[in-house]
Design a protein around this ligand. Structure first.
Ligand code: S3P
Ligand code: PEP
Length: 435
């Protein structure tokens, strides 16, 4: 386990360029794996989730070749049948677990899909049941799951009230089903902007998803898919940490190559910051966020911005007044319970935070004490908690290697913008805490 301490900072108007989006990369890798021919992906992020995704599609029969550090070529699966049972490990990736389970259903051979202990706890039943309804033999409702296709197509009812990833997974996999797939949505789709991201990615490969109504979609089977070259745009969620770092450091940040056209809800995070009093300038691919002297709390529905909730909660600790975040019940099913774990950790600082099943309320401006916080093995908690050190030097983050999931170079990026990060010997912390 790695432990990091935020020692001090001297952030002055930094400029940053984000690595490629893991969200887009996950979609392009899945689609390239079932495309007809070869796809070259450029500016691919290097992280644990993406390594696991490339490994998984390779095992399913796609040909993966690394052309350079950030460039990979994927030739789509030609034979939808493997010799013997294929075993896949999705590590900590929820997106991959859902996407690859659906994709593997196109194979007529057997696949066993497993993941980390943490991922085994996250829900999969909705995907498993839908695949059964589409003709796939599926054992189990949580990982590890064993399945044997093919995906025949048909009509299903899908509950998307815990995760949009189920729908994204089925939309992608159904493009290669033996016949048409009709998906009737039950319950309110959470994180719906991610479904738009999926539809856009499918379009890039020439695929089609038809919206029959707001709660029914149709995907024609055996579609021809092709996208020879794709540049992966910058990660909008990763950029949130640098915006908040600048505001806490009472300075500005310039983010080059920001993906303003992204349908992903989190791409509008800067709008919340502007409402809180930050100055925001958007200009031809460049986003600049500046501190203007004061920030105030806000009321915001973050149903479509799940992954930047921890970033906003950390900022809210240091602004005037109350920040009330609503519509986030689905955060309970992430790498950690991002309502309970996030708030319980921050309460250790002496923060005034309350939470309910679907909301978080933070009263800013409290007197906070530096202490040790656990990331709960959640990369987003680790990255957000580190920012607290800008205002309260001495914050220690345990299980800091969780960042490898999406942003292994995070600590280096912080150093580059002027935040001093130290490695801590965990035995020493035990002594300091009397442990
Ligand atoms: O489709 C995706 O890439 C994702 C969808 C969201 O999940 P939910 O739909 O489960 O909220 C998001 O939180 C996750 O990090 C990635
Ligand atoms: C929730 C996340 O990812 P996943 O669901 O793919 O594990 C995330 O990146 O914050």
């Amino acid at each position: 386990m790695t432990t990091k301490k935020i020692v001090s900072h001297h952030i002055v108007d930094p400029e940053v360029v984000m690595p490629g989006s893991k969200y887009l990369a996950n979609r392009y890798i899945a689609l390239a794996a079932i495309a007809n021919g070869e796809t070259v992906l450029r500016n691919l992020p290097q992280n644990d989730d993406i390594e696991a995704a490339l490994d998984a599609v390779g095992k399913l029969g796609a040909t993966v070749r690394h052309l350079s550090e950030k460039e990979v070529s994927i030739r789509g699966i030609r034979e939808y049948k493997q010799q013997g049972t294929v075993k896949l490990n999705c590590r900590d990736s929820g997106t991959l677990s859902r996407f690859v389970t659906a994709l593997a259903s196109n194979l007529e051979s057997e696949t066993v899909i497993d993941a980390s202990k943490q991922m085994r706890q996250r829900p999969m039943a909705e995907v498993a049941q839908s695949l059964r309804d589409l003709g796939v033999e599926v054992s189990g409702n949580n990982l590890p799951i064993k399945l044997k296709g093919p995906l025949r197509g048909g009509t299903i009812s899908l509950d998307t009230s815990r995760s949009s990833q189920y729908l994204s997974a089925l939309l992608i996999a159904s493009l290669k089903a033996k016949s048409d797939t009709r998906i009737k949505l039950v319950g309110k789709t959470v994180s719906s902007s991610y479904v738009e991201l999926t539809k856009e990615a499918i379009k890039k490969f020439g695929g089609r998803v038809e919206d029959i109504s707001s709660s029914e979609l149709l995907v024609k089977g055996e579609q021809y898919l092709s996208a020879p070259n794709i540049d992966v745009a910058g990660d909008v969620v990763s950029s949130s940490y640098f915006m908040v770092a600048a505001l806490l450091g009472k300075t500005s940040v310039t983010i080059r190559g920001f993906d303003f056209n992204s349908p992903q809800g989190e791409s509008l995070f800067y709008g919340i910051l502007s409402k809180m009093g930050a100055e925001v300038e958007c200009q031809a691919g460049t986003l600049k966020v500046s501190y203007t002297g004061s920030l105030r709390g806000t009321e915001v529905d973050m149903g479509n911005m799940p992954d930047v909730v921890p970033t906003l909660v950390v900022l809210a600790l240091f602004v005037e007044g109350i920040t009330h975040i609503t519509n986030i019940a689905h955060l309970a099913f992430k790498e950690s319970n991002r309502i309970v774990d996030l708030c319980e950790q921050l309460n250790k600082l002496g923060a005034e935070i309350t939470y309910s099943k679907d909301s978080i309320t933070v009263t800013g401006g409290q007197n906070l004490q530096a202490t040790t916080l656990s990331s709960c093995h959640d990369h987003r908690l680790a990255m957000s908690f580190a920012l607290i050190g800008i205002r309260i030097p001495g914050i220690v983050i345990e299980d800091a290697q969780a960042v490898e999931k999406s942003f292994p170079l995070y600590w280096d990026y912080l150093e580059k913008i002027g935040i001093e990060v130290a490695d801590v010997n965990s035995q020493l912390i035990g002594v300091q805490n009397g442990g």
